[in-house]
Design a protein around this ligand. Structure first.
Ligand SMILES: Nc1nc2c(ncn2[C@@H]2O[C@H](COP(=O)(O)OP(=O)(O)OP(=O)(O)O)[C@@H](O)[C@H]2O)c(=O)[nH]1
Ligand SMILES: [Mg+2]
Length: 362
């Protein structure tokens, strides 16, 4: 090893060429320092409450982490933020791919920041685990909002299950509220169960549609329409204005067939163009009207209380399931039992019972 000094290896650094800034020893030292200094949960809480966006991002990363060591710290941060949360308006936005959700959020978000509001944009997209983020993954449709200092955009957490992704978003809301965001927009894709999850974490649920396409074409299930507090027909511009208005009337008629909502709110329909921003202010006015009603009849507070309970139970369900499926003996037994069930050697119920018995006995 002592010969190393005289070794004329090509790998040795040549005199006269200084390394580029990015790998200079100074920069490396800085990176090492910042890695060493993992902020404590109290530092993160203080940072979030002081409006430090780096602290917020780091805390969200902690929530999203699958490392079980991070769980305690994440919970400490959430608990520390909780007394300062609950002050925002949470709005869920859904609609099938291509309906214009991202463009709408860009226009709506910009409108809100122009009113002096601080806006956070989150997403619930369980497919992001597979596709690495289909919604909010590309921020290209939110070019302006990304640059806005009063806006914060965070793509969907990638978890293995919808439950996991949804819980993480739910916890992220708490942090965003403690930070001081006035409006939290949560985007989801108009298919599958993610709508139900988002519906149970927001105050107002907005369904985006486009003119001309029938319900089947738009792939929207009746249940999603039933959840909506407003249906907005997007892309009402150019040649589509008339068509959009007709579609609006149709949806209005359809909405009357649904049972009345517990909130006392009668869902509204409107048209807008995320592209020209026509009608965007009207959507905000509708939300303000809604808030006025649900504050005066106390539904707002009641719904949030119910949602808190719901998320407690959901989290228990989720964690129990995760714990069950991660037991080595269950993993093993599950494989062989699955085959037995497929071959009709044992009934699905008896098989489930065997697995559960094995879980509870250990
Ligand atoms: N004419 C018109 N086009 C629009 C409007 N809003 C969105 N678009 C266009 O519709 C296309 C899809 O818009 P996006 O905002 O990406 O739609 P999305 O719902 O976010 O789609 P996914 O992220 O794939 O789910 C883009 O080409 C937009 O430019 C609108 O109000 N009018
Ligand atoms: Mg999008």
């Amino acid at each position: 090893m002592s010969t190393k000094k005289n070794n004329p290896s090509a790998l040795n650094e040549k005199a006269g060429i200084s390394p580029p800034e990015i790998i200079s020893s100074n920069a490396i030292q800085q990176i090492k320092e910042s890695r060493k200094k993992q902020p404590s949960s109290q530092e993160l809480i203080d940072g979030i409450l002081a409006g430090n966006i780096t602290a917020l991002s780091r805390a969200i990363t902690l929530i999203e982490s699958t490392n079980s060591n991070h769980l305690t710290k994440a919970n400490e941060v959430i608990n520390g933020c909780l007394p300062h949360a609950n002050q925002s308006i949470r709005i869920g936005i859904t609609g099938v791919p291509g309906v214009g959700k991202s463009t709408f959020i860009e226009a709506f978000g910009k409108y809100l920041t122009s009113l002096g509001k601080k806006v956070a944009v989150l997403a619930v997209d369980p497919s992001s685990t597979i596709s690495h983020g289909s919604i909010l993954g590309d921020k290209t449709r939110m070019e302006e909002l990304v640059k806005d200092k009063n806006a914060f955009i965070r793509p969907s957490a990638s978890g293995e299950t919808l439950g996991g992704v949804a819980r993480k978003t739910r916890e992220t809301i708490t942090l965003c509220e403690a930070y001081g965001f006035d409006v939290i927009l949560i985007e989801t894709v108009g298919v599958g169960q993610s709508e139900t999850a988002v519906h149970s974490m927001v105050d107002f649920f907005l369904l985006l549609k486009i003119a001309g396409a029938g319900d089947e074409l738009q792939g929207i299930k009746r249940g999603i329409m039933e959840m909506a507090d407003a249906i907005v027909i997007n892309k009402a511009d150019g040649d589509y204005i008339k068509k959009a208005q007709l579609t609006k009337v149709e949806f209005n008629r359809a909405l009357h067939l649904f049972p009345p909502k517990k909130s006392g709110w009668i869902p509204t329909t409107a048209t807008c163009s995320a592209l020209t921003q026509e009608g965007i202010d009207g959507v905000w006015q509708t939300i303000l009207d809604y808030l006025e009603l649900v504050h005066s009849n106390h539904y707002f507070v009641e719904k949030r209380k119910e949602q808190n309970q719901f998320w407690m139970i959901e989290t228990i369900d989720e964690q129990l399931k995760t714990h069950f499926y991660n037991q080595p003996n269950i993993i093993q037994l599950l494989e062989s039992t699955k085959k037995a069930v497929q071959n009709n050697e044992i009934s699905p119920f008896a098989a489930a019972q065997t697995l559960l018995d094995s879980y509870f006995k250990k």
